[in-house]
Design a binder for this molecule. Sequence first.
Ligand SMILES: [Zn+2]
Length: 339
Amino acid sequence: MIQNKPIHLQKYTTKVKEGIYQIVLPTPFPVGPVNVYLIEGEVLTLVDTGPKTEEAWEILLRGINEAGYQLKDIQQILITHHHIDHCGLLERVRKIAGAKTLGHPLLAKYIEKDQTFNHYRTHFFYEFSRECNVPPEYQHHYARQLEYMQSLMEPSQVDIKLAHRQQVPGLKEWEVLYTPGHSQDHLSIYRKRDGVFLGGDHIIEHISSNALIEPPFDPSNERPMTLVQYRTALEMCADEKIEIVFSGHGESVTNHRELIHNRLKSNWERTENIRNLLKDGPKTVYELTTLLFPTIFQKELDLTLSETMGHLDLLKLVHQVNVQKRDGISIYSIESNER
Ligand SMILES: [Zn+2]
C-alpha cells in the first residue's frame, strides 16, 4: 500500500491527505494554535476559521493561497463547534467569500448572538455558581467570561443545519457524526473510504477536552450531563474504523482506540478521586473543586467547576453519591452504606 505522506507546501499549509489541507493558525488563547482544514470535494469547504485576530486572518489567507486557492473560492464553511478559537473569523470569511455556513442546529443560537439566549445562559451560570456554592466574589466570573468571548466574534448564522449520519452537502464522501460533550453543538466529519476523521476538539492527542457545563436548550429540560455525553461520544468513535484523526489542535492521531481507552481510564480515575474525597464528609461542588485543583481553580473557575460537576454527574448516575439541596446549594455525600 502506498503511504500518503503529508506534503509541506509552504509555511502554514500541509497537504495531510488526498484532498485535505491543514492550515495552522495562531490564537491568543492558552490552548495555542488551532488547525483549520480545506477540503476539496464537489464544493471547496473550509472546516473552522480560526479566531478573530488580524494575525490569524493574514495567515488564513496565506494558507489558502499556499493550497492553491483564494478566499473567494471557498463555497462553504463547516464549523465543528461554537468556541471562538474555531469560528471567530466565520462572518468575515462568509461575507467576503460569499460562502454558506454548515453546522449543528444548536450552533445557530451561539453564533447569532441572540440576546434572549445570552441572558438565559448568563442567568443559568449565575444560578449554577450559587448551586455549587461559589463565593460571591467569584460569582460574576461566568458573566465576565461570556462577555469576553462575545467580544471576540461577530454575529453570524447557520445556513445549512446538519444531522447525525447525514452526508455532508457538497462533500459526498463525508459523513456527519454528532460528538457532543466538549460543547453541545460539537460535530465531527468522517470519510469512510480511507478512515479519515476530522475531530475538532473531540479527540485531541495532547489534551483531554473539557466537557463544559451548559444550560439545557429547552429550559424545561434538565441540564445535560456533559461528561457522560463526552464519554459516550468517545465510545461511539472507538467503534468506528478510523485510520487517522485530524484534530482542531495539535498532531494527528493514528491510534484512536488506544487514546480513547486511556482517556476514559484516566477520566474514571478522577471520578474515583472525587468519591474518595467525599469519604471524609459531605462537600459542595466548589469545595471539591478547590481540593482537586488548588493551584488553578481561581484562574480557570469555569473549566474546573465543569470538570468536578461532570464527575459528580457520573457518580450520581451510577448511584455512588447522594445530593441534597440546602438553601439552593447542592451538597454531595457518599451513599451511606459506602462509608
Ligand atoms: Zn472547543
